[in-house]
Write a protein that binds this ligand. Sequence first.
Ligand code: SAM
Length: 263
Amino acid sequence: MENIVAKKKFGQNFLKDESVLRKIIEAMPNNDNKIVEIGPGLGDLTKFLVDVKSVDAFEVDTDLCKVLQTKFEKEIATKQLHIHCGDVLTAWKSELIEESYDLVANLPYYIATNIILKALADPKCKNILVMVQLEVAEKFCAHEGDRVFGSLSVITQSVGEAHIVVIVPPSAFEPQPKINSAVFLIQKNSDRSDKDFEDMLRVAFTQPRKTLMKNLSSKYEKSILQEAFLKLSLAQTIRPHQVSTNDYHQLYKLTRSLDGTRE
Ligand code: SAM
């Protein structure tokens, strides 16, 4: 590794297994969108990406920015690559990327969920192909009835479809993390994103092993919930992970309209 010592505080685990890099490239949706890469690191994934697409990359580590600027001098000059050196959480504004884009990245794990939620809510982001820790990938890709089906799964299913592309062992990285990782793909087909709906989901899953009725009763009147559950044929004993995304949307609409009629 070009005399660079990995910095733990930036979640630096560099992907060295070329077969995984190739699987990421093969899984990329076939379109003309540009790519946003978060955390290019030493540029191992970036070099494959700039071969096929134009890339906007965000890197917080100034030492790595210098490495990237030297390594990709040609691609930067031809505007195939634009490196934004800074913290993505403050540097990445929706208006910065003007056209449709796909997010493709081996994400810094400590902010991965936050970044994916931001991309899911951004209408310009069309697809998300990212590496995160396996446990997190499973939450985004879970289906109704799965033990880990939760608010992240419902938010994802509300805007598209998700699946795991490949599970990646620690040995693929340098330095090696302690946990398994996974690459997963979300193909968006809608821009539906509603903050109030997401707030309801957070309440619905506050205590995942309790009943949905119990969790939601901290937000809604019991009589409203009973009527809505009856209309949707949901058992009062149902647990939050057993309810489908469609039923969550129906429940949201019904509780709002019943709430309105009783004011
Ligand atoms: N893409 C490289 C690879 O696959 O080898 C590196 C991936 S490493 C898991 C995460 C990268 O994200 C590191 O380069 C790290 O410096 C960068 N990073 C961490 N926090 C960041 C932040 N807040 N904004 C932008 N980049 C960040």
